[in-house]
Design a protein around this ligand. Structure first.
Ligand code: SAH
Ligand code: MG
Length: 214
C-alpha cells in the first residue's frame, strides 16, 4: 500500500483519548516500538470478533497494546510479559493511571523463563507475540500449548519494514535478523497444526488459528 493511502486510513481511526495519545507520543519520542496504528486496530478488531476473554502478550514495553486490548475487550484479562526493568516501571505507571488496572497482570521477567507463571493463568483465547524477533519460534512453541481449543496466535513485525522481501541488506546484524524472521514465517506458514495468514498492515501481522481436529 502506498504511504498516502496508509496515512488516509490512519487519519480515519478514531481518537484514542488522552492517555493513549500521551503514550503514543511517549513511544515516538523515546523510540519505544509500540505496535503501528493500522496493525493494532486490525488486531483489536480480530480480538473483538473472537470475544477473547484471556490474552497472553509477550512484550509489554510501556503497556500500550495491553491497555488498548483491555479497553477494547471489557472484562477480559491481559497477562503480559516484560523483561526490561525500565519499561516495566513506565508500564506500571501508565497502567496505574488508567481505569483498567484490574484487567492487567504484568509478569516481570524473560518470557523464556516465566512459563510457570504463564501456565497458572492458562488457557488463553489469544496469544500476542511482540518481543525479540529472533525468538519468535521459541515463544510460539513454548506458549502455544496454553492456547484454548478455539484460540488464535497473533505475531507482530513479521514483515520487518519490508526487509523480508529484500535480497540485498548491508548490515550483517539486520541480515541475520531478517533471516530469522523469514525462517519463522516459513515455519509458521507450513505448520501442520495451524492455519496462518500474514496481513500486510502495520509492520506485518500474522494470524494463526489452530486447525480443527474434527
Ligand atoms: N506490545 C508492545 C510493544 C512491545 S516492544 C506494544 O505494542 O505496545 C517489545 C518489548 O519486548 C520490548 O519492551 C522488550 O524489552 C520486550 N522483550 C523482548 N524480548 C523479551 C523476552 N524474551 N522476554 C520479555 N520481554 C521481552
Ligand atoms: Mg511489534
Amino acid at each position: 500500500m502506498n504511504d498516502k493511502l496508509h496515512s488516509y486510513i490512519e487519519g480515519l481511526v478514531q481518537n484514542r483519548g488522552a492517555l493513549f495519545t500521551e503514550m503514543e507520543l511517549f513511544a515516538a519520542e523515546n523510540k519505544v516500538p509500540i505496535m503501528e496504528l493500522a496493525g493494532i486496530e486490525s488486531m483489536l478488531q480480530i480480538l473483538r470478533i473472537q470475544k477473547s476473554k484471556k490474552i497472553l502478550e509477550v512484550g509489554t514495553a510501556i503497556g500500550y497494546s495491553a491497555l488498548r486490548m483491555a479497553e477494547a475487550l471489557p472484562g477480559a484479562t491481559i497477562v503480559t510479559i516484560e523483561r526490561d526493568m525500565e519499561r516495566i516501571q513506565i508500564a506500571e505507571e501508565f497502567i496505574g493511571r488508567s481505569s483498567l488496572t484490574d484487567q492487567i497482570i504484568l509478569i516481570k521477567g524473560d518470557a523464556l523463563e516465566v512459563e510457570d507463571s504463564v501456565s497458572d493463568q492458562a488457557p488463553y483465547d489469544a496469544i500476542f507475540i511482540d518481543a525479540a524477533k529472533g525468538q519468535y519460534q521459541r515463544f510460539f512453541e513454548m506458549y502455544s500449548k496454553y492456547l484454548s481449543e478455539d484460540g488464535i496466535i497473533i505475531t507482530d513485525n513479521v514483515l520487518f519494514k519490508g526487509l523480508v522481501a529484500e535480497s540485498e541488506i548491508e548490515s550483517k546484524r539486520i541480515r541475520n535478523l531478517v533471516k530469522k524472521i523469514n525462517d519463522f514465517n516459513h515455519w509458521l506458514m507450513n505448520h501442520p497444526d495451524y492455519h496462518s495468514i500474514i496481513l500486510p498492515v502495520g509492520d506485518g501481522v500474522a494470524i494463526s488459528k489452530k486447525r480443527c481436529l474434527k
